[in-house]
Design a protein around this ligand. Structure first.
Ligand SMILES: Nc1ncnc2c1ncn2[C@@H]1O[C@H](COP(=O)(O)OP(=O)(O)OP(=O)(O)O)[C@@H](O)[C@H]1O
Length: 341
């Protein structure tokens, strides 16, 4: 189902939580809403769910205007960060809940419900745990149950608000892959809120980056990472060294750091270089190695220019091992992102 968000505005008191937000989500797409705390992600998700109403603007499901429709009418499945499972019900009963509460002809038979619960528990790989209670599950398992429960009613759209936020890093990573697999198996249009850029880039088909109630950029993970539209996106998506300086004659200069800035007009600018876009192979501006930290297959090298600018390069483990603190080198960026101010 296509979801269209058109010029949505939402103010709490005098604070604009959403400021003229427009966004189109394609059928079957997995879209991440990414942004820092307070940027409006949850407010936008709640407006799509029908748990919050915009002050102005429109939300369409296909051609149906649902801007002021109640949550129940929209056919959305919702998963929150906090496990909202019913503690006194078994896993199977939790998953069945949305079907059990249906009335009259809309309610499937007992056998149908049991079959659907079985199918969903298999899908989230909890096939054997239907008889357990939520208190007998790990945090990751509870979120799988929450996901199965949200999917039970065959929602038109699945909305997830930081669903893995309360879990540890390893469980988060594996559930991320699970969610992608489940999404691919069900094909349900999914919107996923996160403040974790790695999670958004790894999981989503497209990422919408929010900042102070506005959308800064929408694009595929590669587009927002490789071609960030503005300094905010560049600093927020992927790691980056940031320098303030000026462009003169096609070069950006910030103290001892120089970067190629072809085609940019002379004047004040801000430049970003990703640590893995810095080459330490004898060319470029002068730097001194302050520290080398080996982290698995890569090495993080802290560098300082003679004028005092600090930057980090990421090189191979082998190259990192060959570098000693105090060594004088030359650094060159393979790719930089420079924005006129
Ligand atoms: N019910 C409310 N009443 C007043 N202000 C609110 C309300 N809900 C949200 N806000 C404010 O609106 C802004 C956006 O909040 P929102 O929860 O959408 O941000 P978020 O990007 O989801 O943040 P987080 O990642 O911290 O959850 C925040 O400044 C928040 O304080």
């Amino acid at each position: 189902m296509t979801i269209s968000i058109r010029s949505v505005q939402k103010t709490f008191g005098r604070f604009p939580a959403l400021n003229d937000v427009s966004l189109e989500i394609a059928p079957g797409e997995l879209l991440a809403l990414l942004g820092p705390s307070g940027s409006g992600k949850t407010t936008l998700l709640r407006a799509i769910a029908g748990l919050e109403y915009p002050d102005s603007g429109q939300i369409l499901f296909e051609t149906e205007d649902v801007t002021y429709a109640g949550a129940a009418r929209r056919g959305v499945g919702f998963v929150f960060q906090q496990y909202a499972l019913f503690k006194h019900m078994t896993v199977a009963k939790n998953v069945a809940f949305g079907l059990d509460v249906r009335k009259g002809a809309a309610k499937p038979s007992k056998t149908e419900i049991a079959a659907r619960v079985d199918e969903l528990l298999k899908l989230v790989e909890l096939g054997d745990l239907g008889k357990r209670f939520p208190s007998q599950l790990s945090g990751g398992q509870r979120q799988r149950v929450a996901l199965a429960r949200a999917l039970a009613v065959s929602p038109r759209v699945l909305l997830l608000d930081e669903p893995f936020g309360a879990l540890d890093a390893t469980v988060r990573k594996s559930l991320r892959k699970e969610l992608r697999r489940i999404h691919d198996a069900t094909g349900v249009t999914t919107i996923f809120v996160t403040h974790d850029q790695e999670e958004a880039l790894e999981l989503a088909d497209r990422v919408a980056i929010l900042n102070q109630g506005q959308i800064e950029q929408v694009g595929t993970p590669s587009e927002v990472h490789d071609n960030p539209a503005n300094p905010f996106v560049c600093g927020f998506v992927g790691e980056a060294n940031r320098f303030e300086g000026a462009v003169r004659d096609g070069r950006f200069v910030s103290g001892g750091v120089t970067l190629a800035a072809p085609g940019l007009a002379d004047g004040p600018a801000v430049g970003f270089v990703r640590p893995y876009d810095i080459a330490l192979d004898g060319k470029g501006f002068e730097v001194r190695v302050e520290r080398v930290g080996i982290d698995g297959a890569v090495a993080h090298v802290d560098l300082v220019t003679p004028q005092g600018e600090r930057l980090e390069a990421q090189v191979s483990r082998e190259q990192g091992r060959s570098l000693a603190a105090g060594a004088a080198l030359h650094a060159e960026s393979r790719q930089a992102h420079i924005y006129s101010l």
